[in-house]
Design a protein around this ligand. Structure first.
Ligand code: CO
Length: 208
């Protein structure tokens, strides 16, 4: 990676933006009003704004290894609180991706030190869905399905938060579970049926 080239790229980016709109950065500096909260993986191949074709100001973005939403992770929880309560986003997206190294690592038994407690949350997703996953013989299909089920469980974790429950009640906030397929570039809506998933468990997690 040529670091000076990064700064040259930045100069060209500024020039391109200003050529279209000379007030671009002045307007941008006035504040943000994003409609989307995007929670995705830190994987360098899964670029949130670029793959969605959105512009600066459109999406509030949080990325971590394997797009996890963990209740005692102050970082993710602060992002959700801020985006939903203060920025009043209309959509929360959890976007996983096939070929996710974090999910792959959770399917193996290697001791990865400080990564163990993080990846343990993905092992818990496997345990919750063990019957379905163990029935899949093909390893790649099992891996892909765990990626999808992990997205589903992280969406459920989003819905377990009080701030999201309130926004769903008060202003119809919508939660979406998506997967990005690196092999084709396609963004796939998992069309998760939250009503069906939550009908038996929501009484446990409801906060008022
Ligand atoms: Co990943």
């Amino acid at each position: 990676m040529n670091i000076p080239k990064v700064f040259e790229n930045n100069r060209q980016w500024i020039a391109a933006k200003l050529e279209k709109d000379e007030n671009y950065f002045t307007e941008l500096s006035k504040g943000q009003n994003p409609e989307l909260l995007y929670i995705g993986c830190s994987d360098s191949r899964v670029t949130a704004e670029d793959l969605m074709g959105v512009q600066p100001g459109d999406a509030f973005v949080h990325r971590n290894i394997a797009n996890m939403v963990i209740s005692i992770d102050l970082n993710t929880m602060s992002v959700v609180e801020y985006a939903v309560k203060h920025l009043e986003v209309n959509h929360v997206i959890v976007c996983g991706h096939y070929y996710c190294g974090g999910v792959k690592a959770a399917m193996q038994s290697a001791d990865l030190g400080i990564l163990n407690p993080w990846l343990r949350n993905i092992r818990d997703v496997y345990r919750i869905h063990q019957e379905e996953l163990d029935a899949i013989i093909d390893e790649d299909s099992k891996y892909n399905r765990l990626v999808e089920l992990n997205v589903q469980e992280q969406c459920v974790n989003v819905i377990k938060t009080a701030v999201v429950q309130k926004a769903i009640r008060d202003r119809n906030l919508t939660i979406h579970g998506w997967v990005f397929d690196i092999n084709s570039g396609k963004l796939i809506d998992l069309k998760i049926d939250f009503k069906e998933i939550l009908k038996d468990i929501m009484q446990i997690y409801t906060l008022k």
